[in-house]
Design a protein around this ligand. Structure first.
Ligand code: SF4
Ligand code: SF4
Length: 442
């Protein structure tokens, strides 16, 4: 068999897999090279309780509970935040070493450390000291690290590279603090992108921030937390959505064609001038976009001084999660990749929010793996075994929805419309990784 680590990024291997059945809840049963294997943590064993069970009676603490896994598990390394004779940065480095970080040949190679710098005002994003650990480690192994993210679609403090850099510095990601530079991967206006052919069911050609694709090695350093559309934000979200250029994000969130909110349009014509396809036209002082001409590049969103151009109708949350998985595939394929997730300050919403609410659960720990799918699954499972923080959004939702929610799972209860599981199942099907894992506690 091709080792999982290789299989995860090998399109040929992906082609060999075929879904022959699906488990009752979360796992897909895959046939690979004549061997039938079961992957995934089935929700019944994940939660361990039937419908209607009170949250207060569920298992507590981050003990590992594994479902019906037969073979081909990915290793996920885990440590909590307890320390005695070492600091948390030292502990993170020890975790990375145990997870095999030094197996990557960093010598004279560019290493993109994909991270979320946090929206201005948000205080749940990862502390820059963690980024320093990763950057210093890469340097010690002979590599050339840089921190990176791509611009956002929405209006905020990270919509263009200048604002984004300023936000990163204000939030502590200065070279003085992290020991490396920040590069906004998709350039000044979010249009500097690499087209990555992947030929997957939903995305044929991913649009990824150029600097991320120029790197030789990709490291995701993710803050694991809730997300209003994806359910949670972990490695796949950080890699897939986070590495998308403006048009890449458009493609994942929507079918890709923006519209003009005419009440905000002042008829300046900037969108007309920037568009290479003749999409927008100003008539009677108001712009409109001809979707027959528009190719969904997103450039007009970046230049509109009134933020009058907005993406059109959103995809379903299931399709969103599946597209995120395909974009993550585009980012990691054909080069070494390593993934770290920290489960701390688990806010109910993404760090893209300028505010962060009370964390929904206590801090859990730090995880590292070569498999981003296994890593996300392990993070979900660990979170689901934690107590709920009293008074948090999750606490309120559990009291309101517990018996009505068929999933009985924190990230569904936190955002009932999110379908994160569709993304992990799809990630497995396209060969990005496996939901089956062995949690190794250090
Ligand atoms: S998204 Fe791109 S192609 Fe479409 S109207 Fe805007 S600039 Fe033109
Ligand atoms: S750039 Fe914005 S304000 Fe200017 S014409 Fe286009 S939509 Fe209207």
């Amino acid at each position: 068999m091709i080792p999982l680590r290789a299989a995860a990024f090998c399109p040929e291997k992906r082609a060999e897999k075929k879904v022959i059945d699906r488990g009752p809840c979360s796992g897909a049963i895959l046939e690979s090279e004549g061997i039938v294997k079961t992957t995934g943590i089935r929700r019944k064993s994940l939660l361990g309780k039937p419908k209607g069970t009170q949250a207060a009676k569920r298992p507590r603490g981050p003990e590992y509970a594994q479902g019906e896994i037969i073979m081909d598990k990915s290793a996920v390394y885990f440590t909590d935040f307890h320390v005695s004779n070492e600091t948390l940065p030292q502990k993170l480095r020890r975790l990375m070493k145990r997870a095999g970080f030094e197996e990557i040949d960093f010598t004279d190679r560019y290493a993109a450390i994909k991270i979320h710098f946090g929206e201005l005002g948000n205080l749940a994003y990862l502390r820059p000291q963690y980024a320093r650990v990763v950057a210093d480690y890469v340097r010690a192994l002979g590599g050339m690290p840089f921190l990176t993210d791509c611009n956002t679609l929405y209006v905020g403090s990270r919509k263009n590279a200048l604002d984004h850099l300023e936000t990163a510095y204000l939030n502590g990601f200065s070279p003085l603090q992290t020991g490396c530079h920040v590069i906004i991967a998709d350039g000044l206006k979010g249009t500097d992108e690499a087209l990555v052919p992947i030929d997957l069911p939903l995305v044929k050609e991913a649009k990824i921030g150029q600097a991320i694709m120029d790197a030789d090695i990709v490291i995701s350093l993710s803050h694991f937390k809730g997300h209003e559309e994806a359910g949670f934000g972990g490695a796949l979200k950080n890699l897939g959505m986070g590495s998308g250029s403006r048009s890449g994000k458009m493609e994942q969130h929507w079918e890709g064609k923006p519209v003009v909110e005419t009440e905000n349009c002042v008829g300046c014509g900037s969108c007309v001038r920037i568009c290479a396809h003749g999409g927008p036209a100003v008539t009677d002082g108001k712009a409109r976009i001809d979707h027959a001409k528009c190719v969904g590049c997103g450039r007009c969103l970046a230049v509109c001084p009134k933020n009058a151009i907005v993406p059109s109708d959103a995809n379903s949350t299931a399709i969103l999660s599946q597209k995120i998985a395909e974009y993550a595939y585009a980012v990691v394929k054909d080069r070494p990749a390593f993934h770290i997730s920290l489960i701390c300050d688990v806010s109910p919403f993404c760090d893209c929010h300028a505010e962060n609410d009370v964390p929904i659960i206590p801090d859990v720990g730090m995880l590292a793996s070569f498999d981003p799918v296994a890593l996300d699954q392990a993070c979900v499972d660990l979170c689901n075994r934690m107590p709920v923080n009293p008074g948090s959004r999750l606490d309120r939702h559990i009291k309101s929805f517990w018996d009505d929610d068929p999933n009985h799972e924190y990230f569904h209860l936190n955002h009932p419309d999110a379908e994160w599981e569709a993304g992990l199942i799809h990630a497995e099907e396209i060969g990005l990784g496996t939901r089956a894992y062995e949690l190794i506690r250090i």
